[in-house]
Structure formats: C-alpha cells, structure tokens
Design a protein around this ligand. Sequence first.
Ligand code: ZN
Length: 248
Amino acid sequence: MSLFRDDGIVLRTQKLGEADRIITLLTRRHGRVRAVARGVRRTKSKFGARLEPFSHVDVQFFVRGGELVGRGLPLCTQSETIAPYGGAIVADYECYTAGTAMLETAERFTDHEGEPAVQQYLLLVGALRTLAAGDHDPRLVLDAFLLRSLAVNGYAPSFDDCAKCGMTGPNRFFSVGAGGVVCGECRVPGSVVPSREALELLGALLGGDWETADACEPRHCREGSGLVAAYLQWHLERGLRSLRFVEK
Ligand SMILES: [Zn+2]
C-alpha cells in the first residue's frame, strides 16, 4: 500500500455505483490520473463538492503496490481546494464552453496515464486562472491555450517565417499540413490566404502578447479561431491514428 500526494485540475467525473465517482485529473507530477472517490455523490459530501471539473485541488491517493498508475484505480482519500475556478467559469456560458474545450484538449494531449506532462499541466492551470479572472475574451483565452498546447506537444505552428524553408516572414500562404504559413516557393495545394490581421493575432496568442490580441477585431478573431480549430483537428486526428497503429 502506498500514499501519493499531488495537485491537479479535475478534468472529468463519471458516476460509479450508487455514491461513488471516478475522477480524472491532470496532475502536476503524475500526468493524467484516474481515481475512485468514495461517497462523493451523497448530498452533504464537501469532499465531493471539491472534486468538480475546473477545480484545482490538492489530492491524496491511496493505492495498492508502489506505483500510482498501474494495478487498478487508486482511491482518492482526501482533497483540498487550491483554487475553485469552476464557480466563475460555469457562471458564464462562453467561459464554460471555452473551459470545457480546454479540459477535453488537455485530456486528449495526455494519452498515457501516469506519464508526467508538466508543461501541459502548467498551461491548463494558467488558462483556467485567466479564464476565471475574466480579463480577456474567453475565445481568445481558449485559442491561446490550444496554440500553446500544440507547441508544448511538438506541433508549434509558424505564423511568420515559412514553416518549410524558414524564409523570413510575413508569409501569406497557410497550410495546416505544412505547419503554418509558407512562402510562395513552398506553397502546397490547398493552402489558404488568411488576412494579415488573423495571422498577427495567432502569433500574438502563441507568444502571449495580450495587448495585440485584445485589440483584434471580432471578424479577425473568428477567422483566427477557424485556423486554430483546423490546425488542432489535423494534428489530433493524425496523433490518434499513429497511436492506433502503435497499439496494433
Ligand atoms: Zn518556404
């Protein structure tokens, strides 16, 4: 029997039996972890109230054997709230949908349970804090999180220099398959020509330049979101496909 302590963000909860839940967390030191929390669905369970999606919690796990992830699910025996981001996030519909997309993306980028994903964890904590603070448009906070998640997982898009030959930007053509903007020489079939403003916005979001991002016009924000969504989907689909090949 071993005890583990870690802090993490609650990504998801699922019902288990009459009163229990399986809690999925992205933790600081152990990556994605699933654990059973007993009795948390009883109405007076303060323990259960703390273990809701978006919450940043400090958790104690109890597990058979010497590893947190491996033989059976650990039990989550104690939790303390570090920051209850859920309260502010679920109160606003746009915040809620942006936050939900963040939790889902964080889960998809951490395929292997128990494998540390510190940068992804830190990005998620920072993004939820920013979202809950309400200082920026939730869609921009989401797009910044998605772009940086792609970057820390090895898929950093380029919005300035050519993604293929490195030619100094700005470059006009954009291709998800090529890794971002490409020059006229490297242009591939299916490349699109986004507005300069949308590309500047995405570069600003990736680099954390909120002054530029906040000043962006709504139509360019929408255009940028479309590019981010296409880029993310392309990489997630290929990532999952390659994972399936590995499993076979
Ligand atoms: Zn090029």
